[in-house]
Design a protein around this ligand. Structure first.
Ligand code: C5P
Length: 237
């Protein structure tokens, strides 16, 4: 039996026989507000597995290396093992969510340039926003690693924003996580899905992401299905 290495809010990570490869199982569980709000959304695991696989393959094809290897079942994918850097890197193109609250800006306002933010991944502290000096004194990442993460995050933004734009969807903001691989390199990891991005339909202005769950807007699964369908639909494994 493969060892369960880690169970997160939306995924389980298993060690495979190869020490450098993990199996990720996407779950149907949805959580928000640091785990305060919970639900089971049947089908979400499969949708996020497919959508994340699509984005990671797309980025790989465009020259942005990441942990994704391949999908192995409707809800599972193989990934390279990395040591996760305890930072959440958020990129924003349009004001929404916590930025609207923190700076008193109106949701939907376009930002004149992408805004990159770092959050300290720490459930007990509620994932606080931190700056480069905090990251240095907490020794969470080196200056070089931080620069690398920011550069990749902005590249990912340009690529996914352009792609979604062609599909009639605005990439409002998203969160990335990075790890250090066996060779000591910074590698894009974790997940890219409607759980971690805000997507707004350009025609209907509807939210096609986890805000439907956070804000009780209903039709969460239908929104995720819409994202997968615009990306070309379900891929067999
Ligand atoms: O809540 P906030 O506005 O800071 O979120 C910014 C972006 O980061 C959103 O797309 C949200 O889905 C994502 N995010 C995430 N995981 C978190 C916090 C934010 O995926 N723990």
């Amino acid at each position: 039996m493969e060892e369960l290495l880690y169970e997160g809010k939306a995924k389980q990570l298993f060690q495979t026989e190869d020490p450098n490869i993990l199996r990720v199982k996407y779950k149907d569980d949805a959580t928000a507000f640091n785990g305060e709000k919970k639900a089971r959304l049947t089908g979400k695991g499969e949708l996020n597995n497919q959508i994340a696989a699509w984005f990671f393959q797309f980025l790989k094809d465009k020259g942005v290396p990441n942990h994704f290897i391949r999908m192995i079942s409707p809800t599972e994918q193989l990934v390279k093992k990395v040591a996760i850097i305890p930072l959440e890197v958020v990129v924003r193109n349009i004001v929404a969510g916590s930025l609207a609250k923190r700076l008193g800006l109106e949701e939907g306002t376009s930002l004149r340039q992408p805004v990159v933010e770092f959050y300290y991944k720490n459930d007990d502290l509620g994932d606080p926003l931190i700056n480069q000096d905090h990251i240095a004194v907490l020794e969470l990442a080196s200056e070089e690693q931080l620069h690398e993460m920011k550069t990749i995050a902005l590249q990912v933004n340009e690529l996914i924003r352009g792609q979604m734009d062609r599909l009639g969807i605005t990439l409002v903001d998203f969160k990335l996580e990075f790890g250090i691989d066996a060779e000591g390199r910074v590698l894009l990891a974790d997940e890219i899905s409607p759980d971690t991005c805000r997507f707004w339909d350009q025609r209907t202005k509807e939210r096609l992401d986890k805000d439907r769950f956070r804000r009780d807007l209903g039709q969460v699964i239908e929104a995720y299905e819409e994202i997968l369908s615009r990306l070309g639909g379900k891929q067999g494994v």
